[in-house]
Design a protein around this ligand. Sequence first.
Ligand code: IMP
Length: 428
Amino acid sequence: MAVDLLLGLQWGDEGKGKIVDVLTSNYNIIARFQGGPNAGHTLVFNGRKHVLHTIPSGIFHDDATNLVGNGVVIDPVIFKKELDKLEEQGVDYRKSLLISRKAHIILPTHRLLDAASEASKGKAKIGSTLKGIGPTYMDKTGRNGIRVGDLELSDWKTRYRALANKHESMIAFYNVDVQYDLAELEKEFFEAVKVLKSLKFIDSEEYIYQAQKSGQTILAEGAQGSLLDIDFGTYPFVTSSNTTAAGACTGLGVSPNQIGDVFGIFKAYTTRVGSGPFPTELFDEDGETMAKVGNEFGATTGRPRRCGWLDLIALKYACQVNGVTQLMMMKGDVLSGFKTLKVCTAYKYKGEVIKHFPYNIDPENVEPIYTEFSGWTEDLTEMSETSQLPKALNEYIEFLEKELEIPITIVSVGPDRKQTIFRGQLVS
Ligand code: IMP
């Protein structure tokens, strides 16, 4: 069986967690392939909200196996907190949660390095979640990292000490004010490592290969969004992993010819948290309304998200880079009440009109050109069928499908599992 992918097409926070949760009953295995606790995947069901950071969003389904792939970076401390929350809710994760031996570990000093690096950048800071993601991937590519499988070796603490010492000298090199008590942080870290070690570590690429061979269905769950991809995102204001489809191949050990459907998730408007260019950003009442109605605050950091109109040029670019086969539009309900809606359908780039996503989208180079649509006033949150959707929303959806040449198969009208409208065949 091919592996299906689910990815965010914007700057993260598109609502991937909800859709994975909705789709999980179609799959035997849900696998995270990149990122780490910088992600915050929100799921709402039975009147309760759940936020997952590293654990795949299939964990609340009894029948699904949840795999943390080799491309993920794991902070044992945050991981333990997630497990504690699951335990409180009576979720029996022990038999359904598997961890790749090749996933890298975030050390306390990686988090400190993240803080020191950001502080040293001043106004040019990335706006990192400060979870140690960048420094951990730097150690991975620099061939210095500590992997989950290393925790099974007798000398891993010696290697830990050498790396942590090196990090401390790097923190001092930044010459910024980062206060810390490493002994305290390490106490918490080593306790959490014990818990991590009680879980099942596997050779995940072999596991996935055998699962595919035996006909099991697999959904790869992306984190962050395509415009935060280390190669294709708005560099340097990006995260440190490949958030796009290719990342699922390297982050799970799945070959490109084994990829099936690619589900692209996008919001009916755009948001961004952290620094970096955002051509359709709004600084007016419309932006404030989106933020308020859409409750646009980061699930991991609580930071307010920047809001703006849908950017079709950026969305088309993300669809191309990922090979998206089906689209899922989130938060359509947030746009109810806007008299007029705008969609960016071209950029004015250095005086020329262009229709592709260029190397540099800094505000001094790019000005969005908008197409306007009539809004609707109806509350969508109680709707459950396509036939109930307002005519103006259908026109908005059909315009996007025509421009992107990809069907929109889900329209989400609220955070709950139940607030999901299916517009066609999902799994092909
Ligand atoms: P880092 O990955 O924590 O270093 O953050 C790098 C950039 O990616 C910052 O602008 C973050 O706000 C952004 N970012 C990282 N993870 C997420 C996410 O899950 N959702 C939205 N933005 C994210």
